[in-house]
Design a protein around this ligand. Structure first.
Ligand SMILES: Nc1ncnc2c1ncn2[C@@H]1O[C@H](COP(=O)(O)OP(=O)(O)OP(=O)(O)O)[C@@H](O)[C@H]1O
Ligand SMILES: [Mg+2]
Length: 434
């Protein structure tokens, strides 16, 4: 029965447009790839839990959804708006690969024999390192034996240690000599290879590089245009995307009420200002409707008043109405997080993104925050929540994503994902956390 209800939900979701979509989302930090192509759709009313090992990219994924991180490649849509799209970094990678290939060819490193020799060299180096470690251990052991020479059998053991040390030293000399030989071999082979490079192949490589340069540079100019436009869209996007962090991120120099009303007042005033400007221009051109609407625009005090009213209503919902005028420092972790949730809600978001909202809390405060989130879920708020609270994910989520090594490895309703996991890494992960 339960399954049926879930399935119907999923079917109807497929007919709707997702609120947020990502395609091939890639994020790199200084060459390290953290997200490796994430395709995700979040539909209206869904409660999506994101689980996975530490460092797998869960926070990075969430931060990309809110454009707190600019992705390296891929596409993010918010409703009908494409808020990020670029393949510049991917094209740049292709160009670099082609250049690397040419460099390897020209230096002779591309040759099979060179490769075999180099891998032999690496092997030997590892052996050398191991021997070095062993020799150190032997030396320490010898010292210890010397200090406890009164022990029975100490002399015998010392002799054994000495023998092994001498043997290891001989091995070390042998390996060092072989490394020298292999290195010389690499040098010789490379010069042979270099003297017989194929001019036609080099020309073809150059042609590939030139062609890729053109593709990369045109994708760069598209990327730059997009980023420029994005400055404007980012603000609008973030306004409708409420984000709640592990460490609350409240403004400690503002009281609770100001924390909550700061952003709505600021954006309210900016919106009215922009509208007034537009209306004034229209009125000047003789538009009577514009003249009439100009008179109805709210005054800043009215905007503030409304924001406050809304803040009190929200505070009431989370049971913290009496904390409106205190400063965050006087609140418990659970209270701070509930305020942070209210602050996000005050912007009337279409979707809420939670990044481990309870993992910085003392255990006795986890419940009160989860309760507020559950209430929001029951009220129909769309949400994505990165969490380690498997019980909560099972109870509240309509869908669970398992992220591992920067990819979504499993995507299923909680009952299925927890009850019948398919991916091996997920099975291993669940065996540790459940
Ligand atoms: N700004 C950054 N600069 C460099 N590396 C980063 C940055 N942010 C994240 N990373 C790296 O990206 C990887 C993924 O980080 P992320 O915070 O997304 O993981 P996570 O799944 O949220 O982990 P956790 O469960 O521990 O919160 C980590 O290896 C992290 O060190
Ligand atoms: Mg994280």
């Amino acid at each position: 029965m339960q399954d049926k209800i879930l399935n119907t939900g999923a079917e109807s979701a497929e007919n709707k447009e997702p609120i947020i979509s990502t395609r091939g989302l890639v994020k790199k930090f200084a060459g390290k790839t953290v997200l490796r192509g994430i395709d995700a759709d979040i539909y209206e009313g869904e409660k999506v839990a994101v689980i996975g090992p530490s460092g797998s990219g869960k926070s990075t994924f969430l931060r990309c959804l809110n454009l707190l991180e600019i992705p390296t490649a891929g596409k993010i849509s918010f409703g009908d708006d494409v808020i990020y799209e670029s393949d510049y970094y991917a094209q740049k990678d292709k160009l670099n690969d082609l250049k690397d290939k040419k460099r390897a060819y020209l230096s002779g490193a591309d040759d099979d024999e060179v490769r075999a020799l180099e891998s032999r060299e690496n092997q030997l180096k590892i052996q050398l390192k191991d021997l070095k470690k062993e020799l150190e251990a032997l030396r320490t052991h010898a010292k210890l034996l010397k200090a406890t020479s009164y022990r029975e059998g100490a002399a015998e053991e010392a002799e054994k240690t000495e023998r092994r040390t001498a043997q290891a030293l001989r091995q070390r000399t042998g390996i060092k000599a072989e490394i020298k030989n292999v290195k010389a071999g690499i040098k010789r082979r490379k010069s042979v290879v270099k003297s017989s490079l194929d001019e036609a192949k080099i020309a073809a490589m150059n042609a590939d590089i030139s062609a890729q340069r053109i593709v990369t540079s045109s994708s760069l100019s598209r990327h730059k245009k997009f980023i420029k436009k994005m400055d404007r869209t980012v603000d609008a996007h973030r306004r409708t995307t409420g984000m709640v962090f592990q460490h609350f991120n409240l403004f400690n120099n503002l009281n609770v009420l100001d924390n909550i009303t700061l952003a709505p007042v600021k954006t309210g005033v900016l919106e009215v200002r922009a509208r007034r400007k537009a209306l004034k221009a229209a009125a000047k051109a003789g538009d009577e409707n514009a003249k009439a609407e100009l008179l109805t625009l709210p005054h800043k005090l009215e905007i503030i008043e409304n924001a406050r009213k809304n803040a009190f209503a929200l505070l009431d919902r989370v049971g913290l109405k009496d904390k409106a005028y205190v400063y965050p420092a006087t609140l418990s972790g659970g209270q701070k997080q509930r305020i942070a949730i209210v602050r996000a809600l005050a912007m009337n978001p279409r979707i809420m993104l939670f990044d481990e909202p309870t993992s910085a809390l003392d255990p006795e405060m986890v419940g009160e925050v989860l309760q507020v989130i559950k209430q929001l879920a029951d009220d129909g708020m769309t949400m994505v929540i990165v969490t380690h609270e498997m019980g909560f994910a099972r109870e509240v989520a309509t869908r669970v994503l398992f992220v591992d090594e920067g990819k979504i490895k499993e995507d299923a309703p909680p009952k299925e994902l927890f009850g019948n996991p398919k991916n091996d890494r997920l099975k291993e992960f669940l065996s540790k956390v459940l």
